[in-house]
Every structure is written in C-alpha cells, then in structure tokens.
Design a protein around this ligand. Structure first.
Ligand SMILES: Nc1nc2c(ncn2[C@@H]2O[C@H](COP(=O)(O)OP(=O)(O)OP(=O)(O)O)[C@@H](O)[C@H]2O)c(=O)[nH]1
Ligand SMILES: [Mg+2]
Length: 453
C-alpha cells in the first residue's frame, strides 16, 4: 500500500445525521483545504488544531455546503501525516459532493482501515493498538469497550515490550560471548540469565492465561437455566434482569421456548437463557422446547440447575440432573422462603440457595457466577487481557521457545542453540506488536476496518 499520497474518506457512518465528517490525510491536505474552502473571516495561515467556519465551494465556485474545517499539522495527528477534517451537514449527498470534488482534485479514496494503517506504519500505534481501535469501534458491551480502550492506550503493548526488552538484553549478551569466546561466561551472569528467562516465562503464561476470560469479557458468556417445571427458572431470570421479562405462573410448563436476555453480572456480559427445562413430555410443543434446551446445553458457559427446595426432589429433578451433569453447572435451590424439603444429595454441583420472593442469596449467586466465569481474572483498571487468537498463538509459541531455552541451558548446550530459541521467541512476540508480522496478516487485520478509520 502506498503511504505517501493524500487520501480521503468519510469518517462518519453512512446515513443521515446532524453532521458528517470527511477526513483527509497526507501531504496535500492543507492545499486541498485552501483550494476549496472559503473561511468566513480572513485567514492568513491556518493554525493547527483550530476549527474554522466557512463555505466549501466547487470548481465553478458554486457553494457545496457551509462547513467547519480543521487542519492538523503532522505529527500530532491520528496518522502522523498532515490531516484535514471537514465537518459538513450530515447528508450523504453533501458527503458525496465533497468526495467527488476532491477525487477530481487528485486525492485518492482511502481503503478500509487505511488511516489506521498509516498510524501503524508511521509508528503512532503498534499492531495491538490498531486491532483494539477496530474492537473499540465494534464494541457491543461496556466491558468490551473498556478492554479495547485499555489496549488502544497500550497496556498490552507495554507489557509485551517489557518482556521483549529483557530478552533482547540476554540475546545481546549471549551473542557477544559467541563472538568473543575466549572467556567463559561468569557463573553469576549465567544465573542471572536463567532467572530472567524464568520470570519471562511466568509473565508470558500470566498473559496467555487471560485469553479465555478476555474472550468472555469481549463476547459475553452464555448461562442456561434448567430444572423441572415450576422450580422458578423464569422468576430467577426476572430477578437477575431486574424486570418482569419472562412470564411467571403457578402452572407448570409456562415457558415453552427459549428466551434469551443480555445482562451484566459483576462486569461480565452474560446472555441468560430461560428454557422449558429438561423433562420427559408427551406434548409435542414441550418436547420441541426441551430439545432446544438440550441443544443449548453444549454451548453454555455455565448451567444453572434449579431444584425446588420446598418440594421433595423427584424423578423429574433427577432426569434434568442427568441431562446436565457433564456440563459446568451450579445447583440452585429455590424458594428458600418456604420450609425446605428437597434432598439434593444426588447432585454434586456447587450449591447456592435463593428465594426470588424474599430476595435471599441472589447477590451471592451473582458473585459466584462472576467468580466462576472469570476465575481470578476479575477485571481491574490495571489488568491486561488478551482477546485475539493471534496474540494467544504468538504467546504460546514464545513460551515454548523459552522453555526450550531452559532445557538447552540445563543440558549445557552450545550458546548458539540458546540464541536460536531466544530469536524465535522474540520473533513470536514481535508478531503481536507488528514488528515481525507478515504483509498478508497485516492486510487481513486492516481489511476488517471500515472505510474512513
Ligand atoms: N414462595 C416462592 N415461590 C416462588 C419463588 N420463585 C418462584 N416462585 C413461584 O413458583 C411458581 C413457578 O415459577 P416460574 O418462575 O414460572 O417457574 P419456571 O421454572 O419458569 O416454570 P416453567 O416455565 O413452567 O417451567 C410461580 O408461582 C412463582 O411465583 C420463590 O422464591 N418463593
Ligand atoms: Mg418458566
């Protein structure tokens, strides 16, 4: 991709809106502005990062629109090139007229993600930050927004950078010794190297371990409510949601189809699925509902298996238990406000008692769900999570090379072997930041962006 010409694209989404923004980046940005923009007050030189009001005219001096325009001088811009943004009325016809004007003028329409690509090539963002920009744009929940933002701000990059620097120092030291092999490496240095490799492995593993939690925070978890008719599944769904979403009646078999609702539980986005439960039935509608619930079981991150605490557990409870016992599940004993009759010793899931009527045990259940989903990886403002398969694979590869380094080290292998493993590890880590990423991978990443970003 050429990165030295001047590109243009709408930066706001297609559709009607109050304003739309057209973005220009590259060496001709300022002259492009001056050519067609007539500021309402006289401007001798455009000051960087200042908004100007005026009219945009075409080649025949016809007005295109009344606009606000800003010129941003390199390098303090998104792309690090000169950038101009034109804020026009939010009509697609106006945007189109501005684009036509500048394409005739000689600017080129930007490809998807090309502004961010320039920011990457010009060193303003590394690859993880660029990827996070796309994630931020596509974020569907508050937690995915926060995750993406922390990555845009460079938290993951800094962590990887610190590990990389440590490994580079070792590489330099070892290579010097290969070049001047007269003396042996001092024992103290050798120990120091081993310690540093060990701590790097630990750091790499710590980040790798956040992958499943990170993905969960990004994509959300799926929780399925099962249990025999009338145990209180829909009541629990409503309580967790904080609204009367599902129909609750004393008639067993009220819920027949799956009902899915999104909520956050202690910061984790969750899709709660109420079901017809799991039971034997003759009724074809119920049977279809049960079939769908069974299908959902396989995809659930957690099953809440409900047993009515106020009744004696029966064959239906055991039937539902058998259906879900091979999946990650909690036993939820409902109706704790009533005298407790159920013997649930047949079930060995972690157990929680609740009452939706008397508001008993619900906050404990919420905390337990969050704890189960995220383990010790509860998000704090400091934590680093990875969410990309690409990062995960690279970290695993780096870890393997560092472990091989340790093995070769313990077996007194030649230094060349050690340096080889180090180089491989550094190469893998470099793929995360984009230092060593191939063109085709880069193309794949940036093509996921929309035009104008
Ligand atoms: N006393 C008491 N009754 C409850 C509690 N939770 C639910 N119930 C009652 O139990 C009955 C069934 O509740 P639902 O939430 O509809 O149960 P369900 O599991 O969704 O039932 P189906 O959809 O028929 O499978 C209703 O009459 C609720 O009012 C509770 O904590 N205490
Ligand atoms: Mg129900």
């Amino acid at each position: 991709m050429i990165t030295t010409d001047t590109i243009i694209a709408p930066a706001t989404a297609v559709g009607e809106g109050g304003i739309a923004v057209v973005r220009i980046s590259g060496p001709q940005s300022l002259s492009a502005l001056q050519f067609f923009f007539r500021p309402s007050a006289q401007v001798l030189t455009y000051r960087s990062h200042q908004l100007y009001h005026g009219i945009l005219i075409d080649q025949q001096k016809q007005h295109i629109d009344e606009v606000m325009a800003v010129y941003m001088a390199a390098p303090h811009t998104y792309t690090r090139d000169d950038v101009v943004e034109i804020h026009c009325h939010g009509s697609q016809q106006v945007v189109k007229a501005i684009l036509d004007l500048y394409l005739k003028f000689g600017l080129r329409l930007a490809q998807a993600g090309e502004f961010t690509y320039r920011a990457f090539v010009n060193g303003r963002l590394d690859l993880t930050q660029s990827e996070a920009v796309a994630q931020l744009i596509h974020a569907k929940s508050d937690s995915s927004r926060k995750l993406a933002l922390s990555q845009v701000e460079g938290r993951l990059s800094r962590t990887i950078y610190n590990i990389t620097e440590k490994l580079r120092d070792i590489q330099i030291l070892l290579e010097a010794w290969i070049d001047f092999p007269e003396e042996d490496l001092p024992a103290a240095d050798l120990q120091e190297i081993q310690r540093n490799i060990n701590s790097s492995i630990i750091q790499v593993v710590e980040i790798t371990d956040t992958y499943s939690s990170g993905k969960l925070l990004l994509e959300g978890a799926s929780i399925l409510l099962v249990g025999r008719p009338n145990v209180g599944k829909s009541s629990l769904l409503n309580s967790l949601l904080g609204e009367e979403r599902a129909i609750v009646t004393e008639v067993p078999g009220t819920t027949r189809d799956l009902l899915e609702e999104g909520i956050t539980i202690s910061g984790v986005p969750v899709r709660l699925v109420d079901s017809a439960g799991l039971r034997k039935s003759e009724d074809p509608v119920e049977m279809e509902g049960v079939r769908r619930a069974k299908q959902k079981l396989q995809y659930a991150d957690l099953v809440l298996y409900l047993v009515d605490g106020s009744m004696i557990a029966d064959e239906q409870d055991r039937y539902a238990y058998r259906a879900c016992r091979d999946y990650p599940a909690f036993l939820v004993r409902t109706k704790q406000d009533l005298p407790q009759m159920a013997d649930t010793s047949f079930c060995n899931f972690p157990e929680y008692g609740i009452s939706t009527k008397a508001d008993i045990g619900l906050s404990e259940l919420r905390a337990a769900i969050a704890g189960f989903l995220l383990g010790e990886h509860l998000p704090t403002s400091e934590s680093v999570f990875i969410t990309e398969q690409r990062h995960y694979d690279a970290l695993l590869a780096a870890q393997r090379n560092l472990e091989k380094f340790q093995e070769a080290f313990s077996a007194d292998q030649p230094l060349e072997f050690l340096v080889f493993e180090l180089r491989e590890a550094l190469h893998s880590l470099g793929q995360i930041s984009g230092e060593t990423t191939s063109e085709s991978v880069l193309d794949g990443i940036f093509s996921q962006f929309c035009v104008g970003k």
